[in-house]
Design a protein around this ligand. Structure first.
Ligand code: F6P
Length: 325
């Protein structure tokens, strides 16, 4: 067991529902282990600026149910450069902080890994992103809530699409990965799901839409992951209209998916990983991410979390093909 005296926590990158619950869990576990715990405001930007404050059990009261992150977050350009990271390490030294917990996605983990390698700061990553695109954990914090939020909208769009016999393209988030699209597509009974991992052409899509009307489908929903090779939902809608003469309505769900009260599943995952992050540091682990796979905690070297790619579930893809016809 390592003796840690002072530990800091920050949230970084896109916010995700459940980040607050994660901070709460890590802060209270640290205090339970007699560790002084500090919050860094606004992610790596705040760390470089020295925006650090002590946290107590009461600092994290009444936040488990809140979306966003009370510590605020940022996508820091300065932290991508060695000089920024050196400055950040200097701030941690001034506060006599030896260990740092970073809650975020793969960009945030790149930063944490560099801080460990260059500046010798002990770091643990906790996966917090709605995209679920991190290798080494079955789910990331925020994903389950984002899926529920998107699904709520999709069910509503289904009502109006059916009433008017319309085709809707619904764009969901997920820059490089189709996890949100695939899950909401299956759960919302979508006729088609366009994930970044697949390679349909506009002609394929046009043929499919014509088949639906031959099969007496009068309305349909096509879920588009924002990173699809054919472009955004608006661009795909324009192409369908202009090149194949198929009119579609478009709805972009956008940042609604990032907000809102976290689901029970996300709160539980957040509580578990916040706890395990502190335990991992105490056990001398560093430069790793704590995750949750097959119902147990996992430790993955930070580098692997972005170097290895988490694939979409092949069986789910097959199930959606059968059910959507
Ligand atoms: O990584 C999470 C995410 O919500 C992606 O799904 C999306 O592409 C991106 O962040 C949007 O980032 P921003 O809010 O900085 O525009």
């Amino acid at each position: 067991m390592k003796k840690i005296k002072r530990l800091a926590i920050l949230t970084s990158g896109g916010d995700a529902p459940g980040m607050n619950a994660t901070i709460r869990a890590a802060v209270r576990t640290a205090i339970d282990e007699d560790i002084y715990v500090f919050g860094v405001n606004s992610g790596y930007e705040g760390l470089i600026a020295g925006d650090v404050m002590p946290l107590s059990r009461r600092s994290v009261s009444n936040i488990i149910q809140k979306g966003g992150t009370f510590l605020k977050t940022s996508r820091s350009e300065s932290f991508m450069h060695k000089v920024g990271r050196k400055h950040a390490a200097g701030v941690l030294q001034e506060w006599e902080i030896s260990d740092l917990i970073v809650i975020g996605g793969d960009g945030s983990f790149h930063g944490a890994h560099a801080l460990f390698e260059e500046q010798n700061i002990n770091v643990i990553g906790i996966p917090g992103t709605i995209d679920n695109d991190i290798y080494g954990t079955d789910f990331t914090i925020g994903y389950d809530t984002a899926v529920s939020t998107a699904l709520d909208s999709i069910d509503k769009i289904r009502d109006t699409a059916a009433s008017h016999d319309r085709i809707f393209l619904v764009e969901v988030m997920g820059r490089h990965a189709g996890f949100i699209a695939l899950e909401v597509g299956i759960c919302g009974g979508a006729e088609e799901i366009l994930v970044p991992e697949a390679t349909q052409t506009i002609e394929d899509l046009g043929r499919q839409i014509k088949d639906w009307s031959r099969n007496s489908k009068t309305s349909s929903l096509i879920i588009v992951a924002e990173g699809h090779k054919l472009g955004s939902a608006n661009e795909i809608g324009d192409k369908l209209r202009d090149t194949i003469n198929i009119p579609c309505h478009v709805c972009v769900l956008g940042h609604t998916q990032r907000g809102g009260s976290p689901t029970a599943t996300d709160r539980l995952l957040a509580s578990r990983l916040g706890y395990h992050a502190v335990q991992a540091l105490k056990n001398g682990k560093t430069d790793i991410m704590v995750g949750w796979s097959n119902n147990q905690v996992t430790y993955t070297p930070l580098k692997e979390t972005w170097e290895k790619k988490k694939p979409l579930d092949e069986e789910l893809l097959k199930i959606y093909r059968i059910l959507s016809a």
